[in-house]
Design a protein around this ligand. Sequence first.
Ligand code: IVH
Length: 693
Amino acid sequence: MSRKRAEARIHELAAAIRHHDYLYYVRDSPEVSDEEYDRLFRELRDLEDRHPELVAPDSPTQRVAGQPLASFPTIEHAAPMLSLDSDQAEAALRRFDERVRKGLGPEADVAYTLEPKLDGASIELVYREGRLHQASTRGDGRVGEGVTENVRTIPAVPLRLHDRPRPVPPFLAVRGEVIMRVRDFEKLNERLLAEGKEPFANPRNAAAGALRQLDPQITKARPLDLYAYDVLLAKGFPETTQGDVLAALADWGFRVNELTERAATADEIVAYHGDLERRRDDLGYEIDGVVVKLDDLPARERLGWTSRHPRWAFAFKFPPRKEVTKVLSIVTSVGRTGVVTPVALLLPIELGGVTVSRATLHNREEVARKDIREGDRVRVQRAGDVIPQVIERLEPEGDEADRAHERAPVWRMPAECPSCGTPLVERGPFTVCPNGFRCPAQLAGRIVHLAARDALDIAGLGDETAKLFVTAGLVRQLPDLFGLGVEQLLPLEGFAQKSSEKLVEAIAKASHAELRRFLYGLGIPEVGETVARDLALHFGSFAGLRGASAEALQEVPGVGPRMAEAITAFFADPGNAAVLDELLARMKLKEGPPAAKAAAAAEPEAPLAGKKFVFTGGLARITRRRAQELVEGLGGKAAGSVSKATDYVVVGEDAGSKAEAARKLGVETLDEEGFLALLTQHGVDPAELEQSG
Ligand code: IVH
């Protein structure tokens, strides 16, 4: 076949396969048999094999997983991926509706779209000229991880959008939810168990875990699906209601949730919520509530945002799933920080598709307050990925009650640490083992934390293995981890040559960790993932951070006095210092230049460049001066009087004529919360707002 003919045929085949993919994966209504589809696919692949220069990046054959990555790039979202204000109480939903109506005024025609709240992983998909360009996880809402290669393997994600009947904007950022259907989740867990691996707790974790595999082959082997529900940003996008947005997404080839409805009143929302909750277990995928969104997009702008949530949307959640079962026994578990938690071992029960056999009893005082003893009948609940909890004790039932059932003795916390035998101490309602790193359970917990996905990400080093290392005496201190050799692992249960080599290799690789991951992995009190990242960005080196005073630490956005003190105390502790010295000697951290230099190198355009602000009335949370400084810091200007050239008028308490002028001139007004939200959306840290600088 001539090159020209081949090219034409490749186009034809690709278009046909795309069409069939769409019908099969998005519309659930295939038109051709699997054999016919396979024949088309084979023909395309053969032609592309013979003409590799004709393989388009969005050819259907390119869903085949690519090469494993070393790490995910960090990607800034086209627009912040906000989260929603949420509540399960009907009264909260009604208050939301009232706020919306009050905010829009009595003449407004309020209508909402109601969508199931999908319980998966939120994702941003960026299309350029209708082609999938990149995909990223939500991350902290501003930046996420670039998981483009993995997302390409999801059949319901269009690689190329339908341009007809509705033209696709040249730049389009779509938000949606990646989910795993319950049946696929169960099959995956069966497979994992058969391979001797840890199963996932729920479909959401399974979906998020699949997205974050560095090897796209693994993602591809885990069936994921996508529902699109929002346009984050689009150039020249004329749609003005959420209904239109969803219609546009469907036209472009996305799967849009089929249970979406419109409502005009709170009563209708409550009815939909009840109806959906009853159908919840039959949907085949997990949902945890209803997302209520104001339909009218311009009206959304008028309502604006608080610093964290849009004011025009609300997640009306379902109450957690509850079941009754029996406590077989009560055991204790020692965590990484030494806190000893009582855990109820239960007669296994199904809670929303997940088998539950353990539930937390939180602490000594909770057990006493609820008076839970071995053998009791209890009600257990599971809310999302939160560890199942025992909520209350119930009276014995049926036979047991007749038999004048005698209860077990009152449960007591052991006096000594179940792991190392050290006498336990009480700290408020909590019970703590004071033995630190010397306690095997705490050491194992720290190893697991250091090896966790968001820290050094050492594959194959989970709970069981960490315990094995500690009990076998291979790791007596955290740094020993980096001295392990294959020959030491071989005698351990479950370790063969191959798996030992793999783990040793993974540990060696992890010793070149990025500073932020290392910091997070250390488990410094108060330091979560975000703070670890900000500290790394600010100080640039471990030495710089370690030597920082409490004052210097507080220069980092988000670090307050309490956190600064926790950090300096951690570094001042002689035991920690010795462990850190040893760790640093065995690792080679990837350290970057401090934030100021990095920022200067990147020189991004100031987000509010050229925008003119006028302030009127009193602000409650920050001073006028601070507000002006912050605006100027983002490239904006503060002016004294309102004109047509003004971009925003910030209206505080008891505002005067300027607010009126703004309305007359049609200049956008923001209330204090809306203003602060604008700042935080453009990168001002909420903790930084109130400091005067
Ligand atoms: S809208 C500002 N719609 O729920 C608009 N979110 O905090 C924000 N979610 O993590 C999102 N189904 O991933 C929206 N139909 C839906 C959704 C949905 C699930 C998730 C989303 C986010 C969380 C809300």
